[in-house]
Design a protein around this ligand. Structure first.
Ligand SMILES: [Zn+2]
Ligand SMILES: [Zn+2]
Length: 411
């Protein structure tokens, strides 16, 4: 500190400082009246320099009329923060504080009364000083970015509340079971409370990809709940094959954040075998949720179709189908939860894989958001043109598998 230049106040600030000496203030609050004058000083250091320049003792009122002694009790607040965070694993944190509005207003009126234009707010300084001390005490990193815990010091009440932010994991899942929805479906009748229809489970389906995948993560993190974000979703009765579908699993209020991903992958391989396979597991953050939800990759499907169509006619129809766009009105089966509108989509590629009496198999690659079942069957004329219309006979989808999500191209 000795190699720093003298702290020199401009003349109007010296006048303001002189007036401020008449108030009962602590060193922090006195120095902070000039907090935006000169960099590299803490407010108590400023107070010391200003007092020296004016030839007076450093103000040190224990009943400071701005902070009421809050800065003198920072160590108590640090312990409250540590207590609020006990039981949770945290490496990054943010500190905030709640004050009586009158107390914040009182500070601003003192700025006006003494005539300083360099005042820094009580709340900003308190949050910063508390954060610095918590860093020293715990070794965790304070700051606004990606906190694990957010602490809110309620200064009037004398209590710290901790908000635990979710932890995020990403991966890809393959679904081999045609009875498994992607996410938990609350029972429509009781909306999740449990009733006779759902056997008290509150669910329409007994299990989901979300629940299967979340199981070992919840155990490892001791979290209180999950949110599952898939890059789109397949129908319940469709398998999800190939490299699998990208997803982000969000664990709410986790107690542990560092988990053994290899161990979790092993647990999943043992418990979900034959139904769900998970790979490429990694830790991620909230931005990945946005990326996964906003992605609109092309998808490849294998579709088993029932119908008496000639091979030549099917091949001709597939050529026509890939040559121009199709118009799809929101399918009847999802009309209850999606707005009714017409979307233009493309069948990027289509190939007849095999055909036998009364049935054939197709490989398709489509634009994101194409309703494949409706394109094959026609959905009562809501998809134009449909494969059924082009072939000229009624067609029905027997099964459908997603073979690849082309979010990143593979070799
Ligand atoms: Zn004070
Ligand atoms: Zn129910």
């Amino acid at each position: 500190m000795s190699d720093r230049p003298e702290y020199e106040l401009p003349a109007p600030a010296r006048v303001a400082a002189g007036k401020a000496l008449a108030r009962a203030l602590c060193a922090e609050c006195f120095g902070r009246l000039f907090g935006r004058w000169g960099h590299g000083w803490t407010n108590p250091e400023r107070a010391e320099r200003i007092a020296a320049a004016l030839g007076v003792p450093v103000p040190a009122s224990p009943t400071c009329e701005i902070c009421a002694g809050a800065f003198d009790r920072l160590d108590v607040w640090v312990e409250r923060v540590v207590r609020a965070g006990t039981g949770f694993e945290w490496h990054r944190f943010t500190c905030g504080s709640r004050w009586e509005p009158e107390q914040l207003a009182r500070e601003e009126s003192i700025w006006v009364e003494i005539g300083t234009e360099w005042g820094e707010s009580l709340r900003t300084a308190f949050n910063r000083e508390l954060g610095k001390r918590v860093e020293l005490r715990t070794g965790a990193a304070g700051g606004p970015d990606h906190p694990d815990l957010v602490f809110l010091a309620d200064v009037a009440v004398g209590r710290v509340e901790a908000t635990v932010l979710p932890v995020y994991f990403r991966g890809r899942y393959r679904k081999l079971d045609r009875t498994l929805p992607q996410t938990r479906w609350p029972c429509r009748r009781c909306r999740g409370r449990g009733c006779a229809t759902c056997g008290g489970t509150g669910k329409t389906y007994s299990e989901s990809v979300e629940e299967v995948v979340a199981g070992p993560f919840l155990e490892a993190t001791q979290g209180e709940g999950t949110r599952f974000h898939g890059m789109g979703r397949e129908d319940i009765d469709a398998r999800m094959l190939g490299r699998g579908r990208p997803f982000v699993l969000e664990i709410l209020r986790p107690r542990r954040r560092t988990v053994d991903l290899a161990g979790i992958a092993g647990a999943l391989a043992a418990t979900a075998a034959g139904r769900v396979e998970v790979g490429d597991l990694a830790t991620t953050d909230a931005e990945e949720v946005v990326r996964v939800k906003e992605a609109a990759p092309e998808k490849s499907y294998r579709v088993g179709v029932l119908g008496d169509a000639e091979v030549a006619k099917v091949n001709e129809a597939l050529d026509l189908a890939t040559a121009r766009a199709i118009a799809q009105r929101t399918p009847t089966r999802v009309a209850h939860r999606r707005a009714d509108r017409v979307r233009t989509r493309r069948i990027v590629a289509a190939r007849l894989v095999e055909a036998s009496a009364g049935r054939f198999t197709l490989d398709l690659r489509t634009e994101a958001g194409t309703y494949v079942k409706e394109w094959v069957e026609g959905d009562g004329g809501r998809t134009e043109p449909s494969l059924a219309a082009l072939v000229g006979v009624p067609l029905k989808v027997d099964y459908l598998d997603v073979m690849e999500i082309h979010d990143t191209e593979v070799g």
